[in-house]
Design a protein around this ligand. Structure first.
Ligand code: F6P
Length: 530
């Protein structure tokens, strides 16, 4: 059987000899290396992937049996093998897709019942005296709703929403200051209902509400799969929205964890968000690999990260309202695919998930794009932009946003040669050694890859599509790399050690026996605490 990894290594050596620009000698390049669905265009023509390379990348999809793994996920098989769980966040947006079976049982009646209860609750809150909603959660119980509420602010017609995640008291103190405890709803979002940050913040919020004339027995809701623990905390079951363990934290925005989003934009717009996700699921399940957006997005990622060796990936939304998307995708990608051991238990023979980072354009242009254009490392860039904004009266702003986005991907590919830089300097009146010296600083190597995802407007449906697209991309990358994208054992050790260190930091136990560095830090803390 052909080993497509080896093919790709050979193709990489050949690609190093050509520039991305020369691939456009083929007049069909843009058409052939982009993909349109009814609602969006994914352009990967500005990468060094040619037909042969794409063929070998698609060979990896076959080699890893991606479509069989995909079908196993949608069929409710326990593909999260280290936790023996199914992976069915897709069921949460399966509005009219029929039964979804887990261990012989259709889970859809329960999913739709919870969704209906959420709609009722959201309508009630939106029509009540509640002016502010505070979502307390962290990681997947925070990043998704925080990102989406901001992304969809033009559709926000419910109470104001605030998000508290950090155990740093500054976060909750700054958030609660200025809120009226009598008109605030606190939503405690925690799948496990044991996360130390969330439970500490929840208790602080409860005390604040009591002390300021609010009624926690009426103004607290919970989103969790641990119903015994929500009851223990004293939250009325009527305001508890549960979900099953087959919804991973970083994939949970589609269900109860999305309650703050539903309260913000209303149940109808939330449905539209779910339908966007469901449409991407349908595309992912039906389209041939060569025409499949999540698969192609994953293959571009594999090419850049595992084959070309570019360790990071920049996510660059040209949309201020998507400013939190890089952080959201950081968790989605890095918690899912940041592993070193394969499903088989063997060590991975290659690097796994990339380092994901980024910020909204155009701001990033005035911060870190210098490195992206002229730094010694290549950073593959993923641009996202809407053809239209939501402010018709500010169309000229959006024109500038679009032109900047297109200019950046063009500049990354084209670069500027030494000859062109010399010409620039000559026109400025320089000559001789000074011209030569100044020109060198103005050279752009170019030939730097990027992709662009473009859509008509960032509405709830489109946001649903984008999030589902990235979820499936992470899944495909995980299958090709042979890792389990759905556990997160790497977060456990730090949690355990923090618990063990607590009495030492509080001064109740001596740091004797600790490594010298940790003991020294504890000593400094003891000496300098008020
Ligand atoms: O620490 C990692 C993690 O388990 C994430 O996977 C999760 O999204 C987050 O913590 C919050 O967990 P919970 O929703 O159980 O509070």
């Amino acid at each position: 059987m052909t080993d497509h990894w080896q093919d790709l290594d050979r193709l990489h050596a050949a690609a190093a000899e050509r520039s991305i620009l020369t691939l456009f000698d083929d007049p069909d390049r843009a058409d052939e290396f982009s993909l349109r669905t009814q609602h969006m265009l994914f352009d990967y023509a500005k990468t060094n992937i040619d037909r042969q390379t794409r063929g070998a990348l698609l060979g990896l999809v076959e080699q890893a049996n991606v479509t069989a793994h995909r079908d196993a996920m949608f069929a409710g098989e326990a593909i999260n093998e280290t936790e023996n769980r199914a992976v069915l966040h897709t069921a949460l947006r399966n509005l009219d897709g029929g039964a979804v079976m887990v261990e012989g049982q259709d889970v859809m009646p329960e999913v739709l019942d919870t969704l209906q209860r959420m709609r009722g609750f959201a309508d009630e809150v939106r029509g009540s005296k509640i002016t502010d909603v505070v979502n307390i959660g962290i990681g997947g119980s925070d990043l998704g709703p925080a990102m989406a509420v901001r992304a969809l602010s033009p559709y926000h017609d419910g109470p104001r929403c605030h998000f508290v995640s950090n155990v740093d008291g500054a976060h909750i103190a700054d958030t609660l200051r200025g809120l009226d405890a009598k008109t605030t709803l606190v939503i405690v979002a925690s799948k496990t209902f044991t996360t130390i940050e969330t439970m500490t913040n929840a208790r602080t919020a409860r005390a604040w509400m009591r002390d300021h004339g609010g009624d926690p027995s009426q103004q607290f809701a919970a989103l969790s799969s641990a119903l015994d623990k929500t009851a223990e905390f004293g939250i009325d079951p009527a305001r508890v929205f549960g979900f099953e363990d087959w919804v991973g934290g970083r994939y949970s925005l589609w269900g109860p964890i999305g309650l703050s989003l539903m309260i913000a934009i209303g149940p109808e717009a939330f449905d539209s968000f779910l339908r966007g996700g469901q449409e991407m699921d349908r595309h992912f399940c039906a389209a041939e690999p060569a025409e499949n957006m999540p698969i192609l997005l994953a293959l571009v990622g594999i090419w850049h990260n595992q084959i070309c060796g570019h360790t990071t990936r920049a996510v660059l939304p040209y949309d201020q309202r998507l400013a939190l998307l890089p952080s959201y995708l950081q968790q989605l990608e890095m918690e899912s695919n940041g592993k070193s051991v394969l499903m088989s238990g063997d060590d991975s023979p290659r690097h796994t998930g990339p380092i994901v980072w980024g910020a909204a354009g155009t701001n990033g242009q005035h911060a870190f794009y210098q490195l992206i254009h002229q730094g010694s490392r290549v950073v593959p860039c993923e641009f996202l932009v809407a053809a239209n904004g939501h402010e018709p009266e500010l169309k000229h702003h959006h024109d500038l946003l679009l032109t900047n986005c297109l200019a950046q991907s063009e500049a990354l590919m084209l670069g500027r040669s030494l000859e062109e830089a010399r010409g620039l300097m000559r026109r400025k009146g320089l000559e001789g050694a000074e011209l030569e010296r100044q020109a060198r600083h103005r050279v752009f190597p170019g030939n730097r890859p990027s992709t662009t995802l473009i859509y008509p407007r960032l509405d709830p449906f489109t946001l649903g599509q984008i999030i589902a697209l990235y979820e499936h991309r992470v899944f495909v990358e995980g299958v090709i790399l042979g890792i389990n994208s759905f556990d997160q054992w790497g977060v456990e050790l730090g949690k355990e050690l923090a618990t063990a260190l607590q009495p030492l930091v509080e001064g109740a136990v001596s740091p004797e026996g600790k490594d010298g560095s940790t003991a020294g830090l504890i000593d400094f803390i003891q000496r300098h605490r008020d």
